[in-house]
Design a protein around this ligand. Structure first.
Ligand code: 5GP
Length: 185
């Protein structure tokens, strides 16, 4: 997606360890118009799939996910990183974060995900694919079907797309901006 690519080139910042800083338009300050356009483009790319719910992980996936939900008029569920006292049974998975170099749990209430659900997952980045694999795990626990996984930015050289395909070859993966090479990181 041209608009996102040029914004990355203009405002993105390369950090060591393969991390791209996009704090001025995605991860800290959010450009809602750009996020709306990204959400619309992701929905367009998944027009061939039927889904009834959009899933993301808190926190950076929420902006594009909620705008996709707004456009498609579908509910948006975000996997929580801490279990509130009022949450009873939950599906959960442990994810390794390479940007923070730690493991964290994500959970979705059993009330919000079931075998009737067909899911479009949306997130800000696809790197090594650990977050996506956690979501695949949670959806398996619930018996839900993942129709697609859409990302704003994919760092191809970290092979997350391959990890997703290995775990579930039926999942369609789309990314709006693909960074091909490790050069510059
Ligand atoms: P993965 O699980 O695919 O390795 O990484 C995905 C998650 O890590 C994303 O949800 C995102 O929050 C974070 N992440 C991965 N790579 C980057 C990056 O280059 N920059 C930023 N800001 N976040 C990243």
């Amino acid at each position: 997606m041209e608009k996102l690519m040029s914004r990355i080139l203009q405002d993105g910042d390369i950090h060591s360890g393969g991390v791209l800083k996009v704090d001025t338009f995605i991860n800290h300050q959010i450009d809602p118009v750009l996020m709306y356009d990204c959400a619309a483009e992701l929905l367009e790319r998944f027009r061939d799939r039927k889904f009834n719910k959009i899933l993301t992980i808190e926190s950076s996936g929420i902006a594009p996910a909620i705008l996709a939900g707004y456009i498609a008029k579908l509910p948006v569920v975000f996997a929580k990183k801490a279990k509130p006292v009022c949450m009873d049974q939950a599906y959960s998975a442990t994810i390794h974060s390479f940007t923070k170099d730690n493991d964290y749990n994500v959970m979705i209430s059993e009330e919000l995900l079931s075998a009737d659900d067909h899911i479009l997952f949306i997130d800000d980045f696809l790197a090594y694919g650990d977050a996506a694999l956690g979501v695949i795990d949670i959806c398996r626990q619930a018996g839900a079907t993942i129709e697609g996984m859409g990302f704003l930015i994919e760092k191809k050289f970290q092979n997350g797309r391959y990890a997703i395909g290995k775990s579930d070859a039926s999942v369609k993966v789309e990314s709006l901006a693909i960074i091909e090479s490790h050069l510059g990181f």
